[in-house]
Write a protein that binds this ligand. Structure first.
Ligand SMILES: Nc1nc2c(ncn2[C@@H]2O[C@H](COP(=O)(O)OP(=O)(O)OP(=O)(O)O)[C@@H](O)[C@H]2O)c(=O)[nH]1
Ligand SMILES: [Mg+2]
Length: 660
């Protein structure tokens, strides 16, 4: 498959569409930046928000993650979908355990270079979360990649399969499950463990370059020994593919991985979860004919649906191996029979649809709001200018005393304005104080206190039941913090609302509604997090004999996650309070400038430096220009919304439309 072919495939189309969408949003944002400058509406706050959105846009990936028991063909499937054009297997795939560490394939948009980076397994002894290592390049071993040489690529990728021999004790300390350790054949005293903890592969593949990210995970409880994968890497994907093999069906260990690490993702919004039933070629039986084979495949699909409790339409039968072979040999019949095209269609549609809905909520929502607020300032500006024009019309040809009256009125208006502007300060301070209260309700210190208490109780508790009771108390304490936060958030929303109403009255301008702090969404997200981790921890506490390992694991995953989540909310809170103030400050600046200009113009009229006609003409031009700029903003908004995806996040609908 050549690059052209890749770009023509379903994946190519979807990734292209995504790329184009991103660049059209970027274009509108950059246009809006110029527009703001032209209309003297730039502020540090709005500028940094646009910059941040442009950066986010640049860092957006479409992610598909593959998970499942070892030897089900996850890596073979990735090879078939993405790397068939190399004419050979690029990622190592073979019988038995192969992929030893989770591997992320993407294109590094910052360094724009190709590399394979490997994180030594020993980093597990440190408390640093895996996600923090991403930016600490000095901890990784780097292997350069010659991306136009398939042999070199395949050779370099072999490192992903490397293992090392350590004592049982060391393996346990590194967080491996005692029941899952392979004995070292040459030295029965020792066990074999993966040499690397994580691999990052950046290279200039056409799809990766456009923002696709693929996550390959190893089987054999790799998810269990690296809980961050279950917590972070998988939920962040737009599609998670659970790979099964048609010849094995759903075995006990498949089911265990599914129940412990994957099943809970079913309820995640904007994440498509599929089971791929691989190796259907083992059911191909030329002697009994295609119809019988089809029946046999359908039977396994039905069984799988029953075991995993997901609809049959979310189970995709495929032969990854035949697909790879068919593509390398350009055997169209074999490609068709492998059913790889169906799988690609579904995945391509899912990742795009889900990513678009997330970006729709974040980037489009935020930038529209920024534009609408700025547009509102221009609308008020226009209203004020129209009022000024009315006033001046009245003095056409009349006496100096009338002009003096207007000047006096304008001076009073300026003074009144100053007073009202000063009166804005206390409400602003009130909002700032309320933001502090909100920040404290989910603050680092109260959380640390709960964490310390939990740690103490865990060390004291002697039994699994005792441990579970402690973790339950921990969850309750976190929920109580969240409840307090929600109460305070409601108060903050009311405060912002009344502040906007007062501002609108005081300054006689229309405002859009204040942006609402969506505490309920945070609560729902936290609930997801708690549900997922409590399920995981129940298993952890029951299966891990070593209490200290269980405690450590609980702390490096659940606790870290909650701390990170609260930190994230605190960041958004600070932004919210700035966002609430931004339109008010913009309005105030704009109105003050108008009052000052009006006063200057009246003085010029008084001193015969200008004429009423001249002033009226100038005002008319200004109003006309404002109208044009208001329309420009509307067009920008329309463009942002036009590029919107077809809001369709139901997997089933997509499946039906794809598989006619
Ligand atoms: N018959 C058949 N064999 C397949 C198919 N897909 C993969 N295999 C074989 O199954 C074996 C395991 O494939 P891998 O891709 O390494 O499996 P994996 O799920 O990545 O396994 P780990 O990396 O160990 O977690 C290899 O020998 C593949 O050639 C298929 O569609 N049909
Ligand atoms: Mg593999």
């Amino acid at each position: 498959m050549s690059n052209d072919q890749i770009e023509n495939s379903q994946f190519g189309e979807s990734v292209n569409e995504f790329e184009q969408w991103k660049s059209s949003i970027g274009k509108e944002l950059r246009g809006f930046r110029l527009w703001s400058k032209r209309n003297q509406l730039t502020s540090e706050e709005s500028d940094s928000r646009i910059k941040h959105m442009l950066e986010t846009l640049n860092n957006e990936y479409l992610t598909i993650a593959f998970a499942g028991e070892f030897s089900r063909g996850k890596t073979e499937l990735i090879n078939a979908i993405f790397f068939a054009d190399y004419g050979q297997r690029i990622l190592p795939s073979q019988a038995g355990r192969t992929t030893m560490c989770p591997t992320e394939l993407f294109f590094d948009q910052h360094s724009k270079s190709s590399y394979l980076r490997l994180l030594p397994i020993e980093t597990r002894l440190q408390d640093t979360p895996l996600s923090d290592y991403q930016s600490m390049t000095n901890h990784w071993v780097e292997i350069p990649l010659v991306t136009n040489d398939p042999d070199d690529m395949a050779h370099a990728m072999q490192s992903i399969t490397q293992t090392k021999s350590v004592s049982r004790k060391e393996a346990l300390e590194l967080g491996f499950d005692a029941n899952m350790l392979d004995e070292d054949e040459d030295n029965p005293e020792k066990v074999e463990i993966p040499a690397w903890r994580h691999a990052l592969v950046s290279f200039e593949h056409p799809l990766l370059k456009q923002g696709l990210r693929i996550v390959d995970t190893p089987g054999l409880n790799a998810l269990g020994s690296e809980p961050e994968l279950t917590y972070h890497l998988l939920p962040q994907a737009q599609a998670v593919v659970f790979v099964l093999a048609a010849d094995a069906g759903v075995t006990a260990s498949d089911l265990q991985i599914w129940e412990e690490h994957i099943e809970q993702l079913k309820n995640r919004p904007n994440l498509g979860l599929y089971a791929v039933l691989n190796k259907i070629d083992v059911l191909w039986d030329e002697l009994s004919g295609r119809k019988k084979t089809e029946k046999a495949i359908n039977r396994v699909v039905r069984q799988t649906s029953r075991h995993l409790k997901i609809p049959e339409s979310d189970i995709l039968p495929i032969s990854a191996q035949k697909a790879l072979l068919g593509r390398i040999k350009d055997d169209k019949a074999l490609i068709l029979r492998s059913q790889i095209n169906d799988v690609e269609d579904v995945l391509a549609n899912t990742i795009l649809g889900n990513k678009e809905s997330v970006m729709w909520d974040n980037i489009i929502g935020q930038s529209s709001r920024l534009i609408e607020d700025a547009q509102q300032v221009l609308k008020s500006r226009k209203e004020q200018l129209e009022k000024q024009a009315e006033e001046i019309k009245g003095i056409r040809g009349s006496t100096e005393s009338e002009l003096n009256e207007l000047l006096e009125k304008s001076r009073i208006a300026q003074q009144e304005f100053k007073k009202r502007q000063l009166a804005l300060r206390p409400s602003q301070r009130l909002l700032e104080r309320q933001t502090e209260v909100l920040l404290d309700s989910i603050g680092k210190e109260p959380l640390d206190e709960i964490i310390q208490r939990t740690l103490h109780e865990m060390v004291e508790s002697r039994t699994s039941i005792g441990m579970m009771r402690t973790t339950r108390r921990f969850y309750q304490a976190i929920e109580a913090m969240m409840n307090e936060f929600c109460r305070e958030a409601e108060l903050s929303n009311k405060m912002a609302e009344s502040m906007y109403a007062k501002f609108s009255r005081d300054f006689d301008v229309d405002l859009l509604e204040a942006r609402y702090l969506k505490a309920k969404i945070y609560r729902r997200e936290l609930q997801h997090l708690l549900d997922e981790s409590s399920q995981l921890n129940r298993n952890l506490m029951l299966t891990l004999a070593e209490q200290s390992v269980a405690v450590k694991r609980f702390f490096t995953t659940t606790v870290n996650n909650i701390a990170m989540f609260f930190k994230h909310i605190r960041k958004e809170l600070r932004q919210w309070s700035r966002e609430v103030m931004l339109p008010l400050l913009q309005q105030v600046n704009s109105l003050r400038d108008l009052l000052d200009q009006n006063h200057q113009q009246l003085l010029a009229l008084k001193h015969n430096e200008a004429t009423v006609e001249g002033r009226l003409k100038a005002l008319k031009t200004l109003i006309f220009e404002l109208d044009t700029e208001i329309q420009n903003a509307s067009r920008s908004l329309e463009k942002l919304h036009e590029s919107a995806p077809q809001k369709n996040s139901s997997n089933v609908v997509k499946l039906a439309s794809v598989r006619r």
